[in-house]
Design a protein around this ligand. Structure first.
Ligand code: FAD
Ligand code: FES
Length: 256
């Protein structure tokens, strides 16, 4: 983990309401793993709290990080208005990341902006038999499919892309055809809870990447706790920033 001044190489629309930023950040790219994130200081000297953003892709040779950011509140709006040549202070890489070691067939599940870290996971772990399932609000919000390293099935809320369905529908159909060794998922909490339920019911190992409001992002403030339940029913808290953001679906309490 390092704090660096990263240079903006490009900052342009990726889909409706989504900006792709490519940063030159060789120190972070060199250490990056799929599923990790960076903590970005809003470049206006007014916002004290940094913004956590996942790595959509990284290129260790070129020293670049690719991010997909929804300009929602004031901080992300300022970040997404940066221009090539601007610099931004970033801390990273942070968190645990996905682990697909030993898995032959992985099913990847992404919803909305959660597709971004899933793209990184696919780059790292997709095989010929892997399959990705993406859910978007509509066709204009879709991204991450053209250069995917495995087959992708996309669905949408309004039926303008693929079937009008929740992403768990094609996931369940595919599991019926062939069980994967592992599921990796990132997206809105209801989607993650539904994927968790499927994985637990079917006994399929599953890793969920969670999102939580963060203060420090280095494990010190305990502001990002999530409930972790042991097999004997006892529970404890773990930090999404340091112990996650990727957790085993068997232990994380999505409703706690
Ligand atoms: C591990 C992780 C990875 C993420 N990856 C991405 C990504 O790749 N692309 C993307 O668009 N968004 C991502 N998010 C969500 C993103 O961090 C928030 O949308 C963003 O911080 C909100 O800031 P704002 O300036 O838009 O909103 P504001 O409302 O101005 O934010 C106020 C404060 O709340 C915090 N906050 C608000 N919403 C969230 C949230 N959902 N998660 C965490 N902190 C929040 C902000 O960091 C800030 O401290 C990620 C969140 C986490 C925890
Ligand atoms: S944000 Fe401070 S402990 Fe996670």
């Amino acid at each position: 983990m390092q704090e660096i001044r990263a240079k903006v190489l490009s900052c342009e629309p990726l889909a409706a309401g989504l900006i792709r930023i490519i940063l030159h950040a060789p120190e972070i790219a060199a250490q990056a793993k799929a599923g990790q994130f960076i903590h970005m200081l809003v470049p206006d000297h007014a916002h004290v709290l940094r913004r956590p953003i996942s790595l959509m892709a990284f290129d260790k040779e070129a020293g670049t990080l690719t991010l997909a950011i929804q300009p929602k509140g004031s901080g992300t709006q300022i970040i997404c208005a940066m221009k090539p040549g601007d610099e931004i202070t970033c801390l990273g890489p942070l968190g645990t990341g996905f682990d697909g070691a030993g898995a032959q067939t992985i099913y990847f599940v992404g919803g909305g902006v959660g597709v971004a870290p899933i793209c990184g996971a696919m780059d790292a772990y997709a095989t010929e038999t892997s399959h990705a399932f993406f859910g978007f609000r509509g066709a204009q919000y879709a991204y991450g499919m053209t250069q995917a390293p495995c087959a992708v099935s996309a669905v949408s809320d309004d039926g303008t892309l693929g079937e009008k369905a929740l992403v768990t529908k094609p996931l369940l159909e595919k599991i019926g055809e062939k069980r994967p060794d592992l599921i990796m998922a990132c997206g809105p909490t209801p989607m993650l809870a539904a994927v968790q339920k499927i994985a637990l019911e079917q006994g399929i190992p599953c890793q969920l990447s969670l999102e939580e409001r963060m203060g420090c992002a280095i494990g010190a403030c305990l502001g990002c706790n999530v409930k972790i339940v042991a097999e004997d029913g006892s529970w404890t808290y773990q930090r999404v920033c340091k112990d996650g953001p990727v957790f085993d679906a068997k232990v994380v309490d999505m409703h706690g």
